[in-house]
Design a binder for this molecule. Sequence first.
Ligand code: 13P
Length: 264
Amino acid sequence: MSRKPIIAGNWKMNLCRSEAKALFEGISSFLSNYTAPQLPTVVIAPVFTSLCQVHSIDCSCGCEGKKLSVAGQNCHWEKSGAFTGEISCEMLKDAGCDYVIIGHSERRQYFSETDEMINKKAKAILANGMIPIICCGESLEQREAGSTDAWVSSQIRAALDGLSSEEVAKSVIAYEPIWAIGTGKSCDADEANRVCKMIRNVVSECAGSSASDSIRILYGGSVKPSTIEEQMSKSDIDGALIGGASLKADSFNEIIEKTMKVCV
Ligand code: 13P
C-alpha cells in the first residue's frame, strides 16, 4: 500500500499578515519548480486572520491535484451561533481550507479540549468535506511510567468513535509526543515508527484493515531538515507535522525536498 506523504506546517500563533504572505510566497515559489505528482501533499496552517492571505495552489490542468493545501488550526463543531471566539467548519471551508488540525496537545493543555470535543470536531470537519488532522501524544511522565501506548490508543479510539471506515481512511493522525514539541529533542525515529505502527493497529481494530492501510500517520515534534530523511524512511511514518521549522521558507522547503528524495 503506498500512501502519499504529507508535509504539514503548523504556524501556531505566529506571523502577522504581511509575514504570512511572505512565507507563503517563499513556499509557493519553491513548489513552482515541481508538478503536483512529484510533490508530497503540502499543507500549511496559518492563523485565522491570514487564511485569506494564503490559498491552495491548484494545478492549471486541474487533473494533477493540489500542490498546496491550507488548514485551520482549530474549529468548533456547531454550524454557527453564540460561541464567542470560535470558528465553524463552514467558515474554514469558505476561507479555502481542506484540512483542520484538531486535538493538538497545546489545545488539550491550555484550552481544556477533551477527547469528546475532538470527536465532535472530527465529525463536523468530515461533514463539511474537509480532512481532520487528529493529534495525539503522551507527556514525559506518561512515557516514563510506561503508559504511552495505552494513552495514545485511548486518544485514537475516542477521536474515531462513530466514524465510518471511509471517513477514517481519508483522515490523518499526527503522533506528537509532548516532550518532543518545541524542545529540539526529536523522538528516536525507530521509536516514533513503533508508536505509529501501534496507532495503525488501533485504527485497524476500530475501522478495519482497508482504513488502516490508507490512513496517513504523521510524526511531529522537533522535526528539522536534519531529521526528516530518517523519519520518512520508516515504514509507518507517512509524513510530518512541523512547528518551528515551518516558519522559515528555507527550512520548510528543505524538508519537502528531502521528503521527495526518500519517498515520492
Ligand atoms: P515543533 O516542530 O516546533 O516541535 O512543533 C511541533 C508541533 O507541535 C506541530 O504541531
